[in-house]
Structure formats: structure tokens, C-alpha cells
Design a protein around this ligand. Structure first.
Ligand SMILES: Cc1ncc(COP(=O)(O)O)c(C=O)c1O
Length: 237
């Protein structure tokens, strides 16, 4: 408990505006999965997910599963020979049926950085949410979530000198004055952030209903303390 309180004081801010925007998970994989499944529930009338061909399997295998099992319309945007996203194809994939786009911040194989803020702004123009798998970016590139268009962002402990089995998902609480996405209160060009995370498993009231179970207290404590020091490179540079 003492440890948890100390860690809370040194928790990472990354410029976030609200408390309770960070939900601890078992890793990047769970964070990605929670983000995508939650987004699908925010606007049941929309059925398209846009992602890229170079996403981690945590995103791509879930997208394939959702396509095959739930009939989700998944558009996988390609990259060029240098690993850069085909922005024209990305734009073309965005329609009023798009509920979410999920594009990583930094690629785990090539190190290519993606223009996530620009991509998020484009997604918002059609009323879609934007998620970024930032597992390979957090600790390596500056991140200021208060000024960001990003609605949800995944990270993983073992890229930040933590053990495997701990991660987090940032979920923007957004600007409540603009409406509430979780109530379908979204109009084109005026996407309110404010995603309500849907728990993947049912249980207690830990992490106010976002993720039941007591979690791995020691890892959460260590992770929060470590994340207090910004821009620290992960184990693979
Ligand atoms: C880009 C990216 N996303 C997701 C993951 C999965 O993270 P985890 O192993 O914490 O589930 C990884 C793991 O290396 C990764 O590189």
C-alpha cells in the first residue's frame, strides 16, 4: 500500500488532463484488444476498422478474428517500400462507417514512426476514434497527451525496463463539453473524445469498472515509479 501511494505520486503524466485515464493491463496485447473492442461498442451503427499492414499481431490477429467471427469490415492499409503508410489509401478508407482507426506510433521491426496526430485528426473528421499502439514509442519519443488527438494509446512494461506481464492503456476522458462518444453523441467533424472502456472480463470494481482484478501490485508500482522519468529508452534501444 505504501508503495502504491508513493508510486501514485510519481505516476507518468505525459501531459494527460484527467485522473483515471490510465488503466493497467497485463501488457500491450491486452491494451490493444481493450481499445479495439471498446471502440466497437461506442458506436454500434458503425462497423469498419481501419488499420495498417505493419501492425503488431496484437492488433492484426484481433482484426482478422473480428472480421471472420463478427463480420467487422476491416480495411488494412498498405505501406511503401520504406514502410511508410499509404496516406491516400488511409484517407479513402475513412468513411462514416468507420468506428476506429488503429495505427501504431513506431514499428517494432523497422523503427518507422507514423504521423499519428495527422492520422488521428483525419479519423476524427469522419467521427471515428483513433487508437495507437505506442508500445515501441513510449519512452523513446516525446508524448504530450493533453495536446493530442489520440483517444487511446497502448504501452507495455517490458519495453520500459519492466517485467513482462504489465502494460497500460491510456483512454482519453476527452472534453465532456463536446458530448459523449459512449452515448453515441458524435457528429461528423466534432468527435468528442471520452471513450468508456468496456471491461473484457467481469468482476470487481478495481480501476473503476474498467478492468477488474487486483492486478500485479508490485509491477504497477514499479512501472509507475519508472515512468516518472521521461523518455527513457527501452531494452532494445
Ligand atoms: C508494437 C507492439 N505492440 C504490441 C506488443 C505486445 O506487447 P506485450 O508483449 O506486452 O503484450 C509488442 C511486443 O513486443 C509490440 O512490439
Amino acid at each position: 500500500m505504501r508503495c502504491a501511494r508513493r508510486a501514485d505520486r510519481s505516476a507518468p503524466s505525459w501531459g494527460r488532463k484527467h485522473d483515471q485515464e490510465i488503466v493497467f493491463t497485463f501488457g500491450g496485447t491486452e491494451s490493444d484488444k481493450s481499445a479495439i473492442l471498446s471502440a466497437l461498442e461506442t458506436q454500434p451503427g458503425r462497423n469498419r476498422i481501419v488499420t495498417s499492414a505493419v501492425e503488431h499481431p496484437a492488433v492484426l490477429s484481433l482484426a482478422t478474428y473480428l472480421q471472420q467471427s463478427r463480420g467487422v469490415d476491416v480495411v488494412v492499409v498498405g505501406v511503401d517500400g520504406n514502410g511508410r503508410l499509404d496516406i491516400d489509401a488511409y484517407r479513402a478508407a475513412l468513411t462514416e462507417q468507420t468506428v476506429l482507426t488503429s495505427i501504431m506510433w513506431a514499428n517494432n521491426k523497422t523503427g518507422v514512426l507514423y504521423p499519428v496526430e495527422e492520422l488521428a485528426a483525419l479519423a476524427h473528421e469522419v467521427g471515428a476514434l483513433f487508437h495507437s499502439d505506442a508500445v515501441q514509442a513510449v519512452g523513446k519519443v516525446p508524448i504530450d497527451l493533453a495536446a493530442s488527438e489520440i483517444d487511446m494509446l497502448s504501452l507495455s512494461g517490458h519495453k520500459l525496463h519492466e517485467p513482462k506481464g504489465i502494460g497500460a492503456l491510456y483512454v482519453s476522458k476527452g472534453d465532456v463539453s463536446k458530448g459523449d462518444v459512449s452515448k453515441g453523441d458524435v457528429s461528423k467533424g466534432d468527435v468528442s473524445k471520452g471513450v468508456k472502456l468496456k471491461p473484457m472480463v467481469r468482476g470487481g470494481r478495481q480501476a473503476p469498472g474498467a478492468r477488474p482484478s487486483g492486478g500485479n501490485g508490485k509491477c504497477v508500482c514499479d512501472r509507475r515509479a519508472r515512468c516518472g522519468s521521461r523518455n527513457r529508452p527501452g531494452p532494445d534501444g
